[in-house]
Design a protein around this ligand. Sequence first.
Ligand code: VG1
Ligand code: CO
Length: 546
Amino acid sequence: MAARTIKTSPIAGMKPGTSGLRKKVAEFAGPHYLANFVQSVFDAVRPVAGFGGCTLVLGGDGRYYNLQAAQLVIQMAAAQGFARVMVGQGGILSTPAASCVIRRHQTFGGLILSASHNEGGVNGDFGIKFNGANGGPAAENVTDAIYARTLTLTEYKVCDSPDIDLDRLGVQQADGMVVEVFDPVADYLELMRSLFDFDALRALFRSGFRLAFDAMHAVTGPYARAIFEGELGAPAGTVRNGTPLPDFGAHHPDPNLVHAKALYDLMMSPQAPDLGAASDGDGDRNLIVGRGLFVSPSDSLALLAANAHLVPAYRSGIVGVARSMPTSGAADRVAQALGVPCFETPTGWKYFGNLLDAGRVTLCGEESAGTGSDHVREKDGIWAVLMWLNILAVRGTSVQAVVQQHWATYGRNYYTRHDYEAIDSDAAKALMADLAGRLGGLKGQALAGQAVTLADDFSYTDPVDGSVSSHQGLRIGFADGSRIVYRLSGTGTSGATLRVYIERYEADPARHALDTQQALAELIAAAGQLARIGHHTGRQRPDVVT
Ligand code: VG1
Ligand code: CO
C-alpha cells in the first residue's frame, strides 16, 4: 500500500500558543485541518536522514476527537516512514507520562493530543503539541518553524491502512510501520516507584490518612487509581471522577477553586479528609488543599523546594529552582536560604527545558498549578501529590501545620490571579498597548501608597542557549517586593483572556492568617485603575479568581 499525497493549502491561525495548538473541535475536525498541522510538525522536525529508525510516542487526554486524531496521526506517521509509533492503550497518555515514555524508550519525540485544562466535548476544544527527544515541549524556535511551515504547506501524506485497534495491547502494523499499543500507566508508575518512599506512603494510608483525589473525568483517573488505590492501598473511592470521558462529564477540567469546587467545599467542611488534590485534563497540573486551607501553587512550589530533601529522589538536595515570571517570589526565598539559584522564566513549561537539561535546576513551577522536577520534562500533577504525601508522611503532621511553619520561617507571599475571560481581542491588545506605553513614566511614581521600583515588559534571555523571548508580560514592582503583572493568555480559544497577577510579601507572623483578597485589596484596586481594565474591557470584575 503506498502513501497517498493529498493536495491542500495553508490554513491561517495555526500558531502554537503557550502549550501547543488549541482550537474548537469544529475547527480541528474541519477539512485538512489536523493533517495540515501534523504534516507541518513532521516537516519542521524531520531529521536529515528522514524518519526511518525513529519512534513516535502518541496519546492524549481522552477528550472528544482524541481517537479519530490518533488514527490519523498513525496513518500520517506511516506515510512519513517512521519505524514505529508507540500509542497509549485507548489513545490515553497523560502529558507527564508521555514525557516519561519518550525519555525511557529513547524515542524521537511525541505528539500529545490535548487542550489540557480547556473544556472538552463536541463543542469544546481540542489540541495537539509536539515534544522532542528530551521529553519536553518543543522550544520556541521549533514552534516558530512549525508555524512557518503551516503557511507554505501545499500537500500532506497519509496511508490508507485499516484503523488500529487501540484497545488491544501489543504490536500491530500500519502499512509496514510497527504500531505498539502499550499500557499508559506502567512506565510512569515505575518511575514514581523510583522517586518516592512507597513503603512510607503505604504505612501512611494504613494509619488512616485520608486523601480525596479528583481526576475531573480526565486523564489522571487510571494513573491515580493504579497508584493511590492500587499500589499505596488508599481505600476505594479515594479517586473521584476517575473515568476519562470525552466531555469530562460536562465540566471544565481545570483544577482551580471554581472548577474543582466540589473538592474545595469538601476540604472546607467538617468531613474534610487530610489532603485534597486534583489534576487537569492532561494530568500536568495539581491542586493541593489541606483541611480548611487552600495551598497556592506558588506556595506549593516553595514548600516542595524547602522539603524536597525528605523525599528519596531529592535526598541530596536540589541544585536550583525555576519559576515562571508571574509565579510569586516565595520560591526565591527558599532558594536563597538553600544557597541555590532561582531562575525567572516566561510562562509555559517549554522555557524550563534548557535549565533542566543543563542540570541547573531540579524543581520548576508555575502559579497556574504546575509543578515538576527533573524526573521528566513536563509539569506533573500526580508527582506533586506524591511529593506532598511523602513530605507529610515523613513530617507526620498536617498540611496546615506544614504551611504555617513555612510562613513563620520564610514569611508569606500573599498571591492572587484575576482572569478576565473571553474579552474582545482588540480591546485586550489596546489595554496592553496603552499600559506598555505608560510604563516608562511609572518608575518612582507612587501607586497603592508605595513607590514603583520596576516597570517593564518582561524579556527573557535563556541562560543556556542565549535565545531571547520578549513581550512576556508587563511587570510593575514595588519597594517592598509587591508586584502586579499583566499578560494575555496563550491557551484560550475564544477572544482574549487577560490575566492579572498580584502579590505582596508579609513578614509578620501575626498577619499570616488574613483573607488573601483582603490582604491584597489595595494592590487589586490599583491594578484595575492602572491598566484601566473597566474602560478597555467593560468588565467590572474578573471571571475567575484564584
Ligand atoms: C496557561 C498557564 C501557564 C501554563 C499553560 C499550559 O497559559 O498560565 O502557566 O503553562 O496554561 O498549561 P496561558 O498562556 O493561558 O496563561 V496546561 O496544563 O493548559 O498545558
Ligand atoms: Co495541562
